[in-house]
Write a protein that binds this ligand. Structure first.
Ligand code: FES
Length: 134
């Protein structure tokens, strides 16, 4: 995990880190994106909010959601394809760990039980990952 860092993490207080961990992202897709030919050593910014139109990478869509991109340095060893998480719930970001397999039912339940008022002007409900029409 030493290759990973959340933007600005070093300046975050423990309280802010805890708040960030409690945010629920949107599910961009219930499955990974297989990415080919990444340049070893290059730093990529993985989308954590699920709103980017350039999945699996960040396009800045997280602004005002509380999320920030996650920097990931492509390992130096050669590997042709990486399976990058697009559901945004992996425990091993940015790599897919198959969390997406059981996620649809979890997300449906979470959104049904969400206390927040959802309206079309919202960008993202960080309590449950609800977004207005994509
Ligand atoms: S796509 Fe997120 S864990 Fe597989």
């Amino acid at each position: 995990m030493d290759q990973l860092s959340v933007d600005g993490a070093s300046s975050m207080t423990e309280k802010k880190k805890k708040n960030y961990e409690n945010l629920c992202p949107a599910v961009a897709m219930y499955g990974p994106c297989n990415v080919e030919d990444l340049e070893p050593g290059k730093t990529m910014k993985w989308c954590t909010c699920g709103l980017s139109k350039k999945q699996p990478w960040c396009d800045g869509a997280h602004k005002k959601t509380g999320f920030k991109s996650l920097k990931w340095k492509v390992p130096d060893h050669p590997q042709r394809i990486y399976s990058i998480c697009n559901c945004k719930h992996t425990k091993n970001p940015p790599l897919c760990d198959a969390t997406h397999v059981n996620l649809p039912a979890v997300v449906e339940t979470r959104q049904k039980n969400c206390d927040s008022a959802h309206d079309e002007d919202m960008k993202l409900c960080t309590g449950c990952g609800w977004v207005p029409k994509w």
